[in-house]
Ligand binder design. Structure first.
Ligand SMILES: Cc1cc2nc3c(=O)[nH]c(=O)nc-3n(C[C@H](O)[C@H](O)[C@H](O)COP(=O)(O)OP(=O)(O)OC[C@H]3O[C@@H](n4cnc5c(N)ncnc54)[C@H](O)[C@@H]3O)c2cc1C
Length: 374
């Protein structure tokens, strides 16, 4: 620290939001100091090799997909991509079914004649190649489709939502329960985006290249507040939790957290797919086997069980904002304060209290940095 006496920008947090901001501002000739509380950059998208030499995603599986050509081309300056299309299975009633539910799933769950009848009804009512949310399907005027929806809801959605959020679905924003649609087609890919892939050398290598600019100085293992009095800068880009910035003056924004349990195994493969969801009574929600995601060849493998838990400040990390009306209201109080600060830019999933996919954060940061450079 201290290569430059003063900086044009101080960036707090080096996840996707902070890294894209740093890269763009530095390229435009601005001097940037970036401070990250953790011992690594990349935020929740960080990956690393574990003790068995397996490339793991430290904060759960991160699959890159986007419909934005601009985002894809931007990141492609820093990485090549290997083709990857994500497929997810769920362990239900002793067998593995395709997720999100599509016409194939019906034949995995029901006897052929019943599946055929459901297929006909879905095709007639919803339309081939269309999709419908479980909430909408449960309210359908057709009694058979309502029965199908109730069955799927019980088997796939109910307990999973409860485990994931710690709340019965009725208490959640219906948008969340219905986020994963039912698709009237046979395309088993989890994402349909135009651009999908895995960074050929992993996310961390890509981030390294993005940060390798003479105008960027990085400090790790450092909470920004402890350094503020020693720094001179013109503007602050804050990607940490917005309630923390304002010293929690309106109270804490609630989050759901995850406990990650990694298991290195002395065998080549554990399961047939990158991610298998468990919507039953198990305490974990899903098991990931990283080699399926990364394409790595190795005689050993590493798997990850994810256990959703409550978020306790200082003990674990805030993972998902809890989508309830009262939480959005609390966030708006902070946003109102944030809007008054002309020299502080709040950006990213923690600063905007919003679940963003990686590509959405990149897009947001490209827009925000362009505005600052102008
Ligand atoms: C389990 C899980 C799975 C996901 N899977 C996918 C996926 O498959 N595909 C996808 O597109 N997206 C996925 N996401 C979303 C993805 O993680 C986010 O889009 C991305 O992390 C957002 O980047 P960010 O920079 O806003 O936040 P973050 O990555 O959280 O980065 C914020 C950084 O700020 C740092 N920080 C916070 N406070 C301070 C402070 N006071 N001082 C210094 N530093 C601080 C934090 O340590 C952190 O490194 C997933 C998220 C989770 C939780």
């Amino acid at each position: 620290m201290g290569k430059h006496n003063s900086y044009d920008f101080l960036i707090v947090g080096l996840g996707f939001a902070g890294i894209v901001m740093a890269e763009q501002l530095a390229k435009a000739g601005k001097k940037v100091l970036a401070i990250e509380a953790r011992g690594h950059f990349g935020g929740n998208s960080h990956d690393r090799f574990d003790e068995s030499g397996i490339l793991i995603h430290q904060y759960g599986p991160h699959i890159f997909h986007t419909n934005s050509q601009r985002v894809w081309e931007y990141l492609s300056q820093f990485t090549d991509w290997l083709p990857y299309e994500h497929r997810v299975l769920a362990q239900v009633a002793g067998r593995q079914i395709t997720l999100p539910v599509n016409l194939n799933t019906l034949y995995q769950l029901f006897p052929a004649a019943q599946a055929q009848a459901y297929e006909r009804k879905l095709t007639e009512t919803v339309g081939l190649a269309r999709s419908i949310s479980i909430i909408e399907l449960r309210g359908n005027s057709d009694a058979d489709l309502r029965k199908l929806a109730d069955d799927l809801y019980e088997k796939i959605y109910l307990n999973y939502s409860y485990k994931q959020w710690g709340l019965p679905p009725a208490e959640l924003d219906p948008q969340v329960v219905g986020r994963v649609p039912i698709r009237v087609d046979r395309d088993d890919r989890y994402f349909r985006d135009a651009f999908q892939g895995r960074p050929n050398l992993g996310y961390t290598k890509m981030f390294e290249r993005m940060l390798a600019h003479q105008n960027i100085e990085v400090v790790l293992n450092q909470d920004y507040k402890a350094m503020l009095s020693r720094l001179a800068y013109k503007k602050l880009v804050f990607t940490g939790p917005i309630d923390e910035y304002f010293n929690y003056k309106y109270g804490r924004l609630p989050y759901r957290s995850l406990r990650f349990e990694f298991s290195p195994l002395d065998r080549e493969w554990y399961q047939g797919s990158a991610v298998i969801n468990y919507p039953g009574n198990e305490l974990f929600t899903r098991i990931t086997e990283f080699k399926h995601l990364t394409g790595q060849q190795n005689p050993r493998t590493t798997i990850l069980h994810e256990y959703p838990t409550g978020y306790i400040h200082g003990q674990n990390s805030p993972c998902y904002p809890i989508p309830k009306k009262e939480n959005s209201k609390l966030y708006l109080k902070y946003k109102n304060e944030a809007d008054k600060l002309k020299d502080v830019i709040f950006i990213g999933r923690l600063a905007e209290y919003r679940y963003y996919n990686m590509d959405e954060v990149v897009e947001r940061a490209l827009q925000a940095s362009a505005k600052l450079i102008r």
